[in-house]
Design a protein around this ligand. Sequence first.
Ligand code: ATP
Ligand code: MG
Length: 586
Amino acid sequence: MSTSSTSPVASNFLRNIIEHDLKSGRLEQKHWSGTPGPAAVQANAPLDPARIRTRFPPEPNGYLHLGHAKSICINFGLAQDYEGTCHLRFDDTNPEKEEAEYVNSIIDAVKWLGFDWHEGDKENLFFASDYFDYMYEFAHALIDAGLAYVDEQTPEQIRSNRGTLTAPGVNSPYRDRPIAESKDLFQRMRTGEFADGSLCLRAKVDMASPNINMRDPVIYRIRHAEHHRTGTQWPIYPMYTFAHPIEDALEGITHSICTLEFEDQRPFYNWLLEHLQALGKLLKPLPHQHEFSRLNMTYIVTSKRKLLQLVKEQYVNGWDDPRLPTLSGLRRRGYTPEAIRLFCERLGVSKSESRIDFSLLEQALRDCLDPVVDRSVAILDPIKLIISNYPEGQSEMCHAPKHPHHPEQGQREFPFSRELWIERDDFMEDPPKKYFRLFPGNTVRLKYAYVVRCTGFEKDADGKVTTVYAEYLPDTKSGTPGSSSVKVKGNITWINAADAQAVTINLYDRLFTDPIPDAGDKNYLDAINPQSLQQVQALIEPGTTFEPGQQWQFERLGYFIVDPDSTSEHIIINRSTTMRDTWVKK
Ligand code: ATP
Ligand code: MG
């Protein structure tokens, strides 16, 4: 998990708040029946065994991305650390755009990240749409208390009468209509009598509030639309500002953690819950909302709307395209749950807005993979190397550790012979200074084999080098006493030509050429990198096996994973990241 009892946990403002709440006794006397519900359901229930309750509340209108991972790690992580529990709640109060496909992908992604919403034998997996009856009941209670009214202004009138940051709003002419009239109209809204947008229910707060969110926010709207779970049962839907605090309260959430855009909504969150508690619908302690800064990164976009466009308009190959910052894309790219959790832990939690460099994510992956994955060799752009003094028809075995720091993981074994493949850029006809690899007259070590001296090369009609020639120094084989008798500055990888394994490798680059592709009024589609995916026919060290999901470090090239579309006839491998951060230099 992101934190364990052995690793010290960096403090942050959320942890301070939770520790304070636990000490102050604010959360004592909290009852929990095991099922979400209002005061009537919780009042006679036992005390809540969970010391805190948090929730991760995605709207099922897209696939989860790295920003969500940050929120998941915070919410589930805090619950783990403070003997609490975290709910997975689908915030499905918006009938359009929400689909069951997204629900399933979100469940898979949260599980894959390593988190779990079981509490004993119960599953804390909830749907806000299951609370529609309670929300409707609560809205009636507000109307009865003179705290809500049905407005007949058009959406445009409501907008223009809301005022501005400097001018107060104007009361609706329907604001003081009799309670019985609002009740009747609201009931008829529910039975489906009225057209979309013709009426709405508004909370009666304060049209002169300096906070625009307090100027009688709309809490129910008419929408004759089919919902992915409730079908056409409801022609009215609660607005987020009304629904979210109620969802939290019904679930006994203690700390409702969200991103900073919701800071201005906190006063209404509290207004609503305090009134519902005073009306006997909810019990104390009420949930408190706390905001942190959202994750923004360079070279990617993290907005479901923008990701949806990239997928729908086929700029990428589906939601799990390895260039996307979706969790399914990162997984296919070779990111492990550990790497994403480590990245989120390193991000920390604060209220200050910043943009995180993409390289931080890649470093977290390297830090997780380097200590564990096997090594192997791949040649991405092969040219032939002929060892002219090595007898034709002869070959011998070379050995290398599977992992340089874990001899217990065993050895790799692969043949050496007269014809090898090497990487094209490991030879230069006319090298610059400080180039220590192959060039005429130079010696290098073929890693795990012999020192060789370059004796010549051949070019085709276009001047492209086709073959390099070298002679080996017979006493210098790695692992033999003579291996250090000749000192060389270059060490290159190679594969025996006769048994190299052919594969397709996808080399990924950043999806955008602009570090902030969606800044200001920029169109992020203009910044798409046409070279973000390069496919090469590569060669792999013999003996390497290709299990689904298998990961390696290909020496000098980076970390790689078998793609799920790979078959035994056609092996496809994705590069997860290079060995070092190469982005800054590009
Ligand atoms: P998007 O803007 O991509 O549609 P969203 O906020 O609308 O994201 P939700 O499904 O409503 O997506 O989000 C679920 C939870 O994830 C919310 O609590 C939200 O605050 C959090 N979240 C979403 N994006 C980020 C982000 N970039 N950084 C941190 N948390 C995020
Ligand atoms: Mg949203």
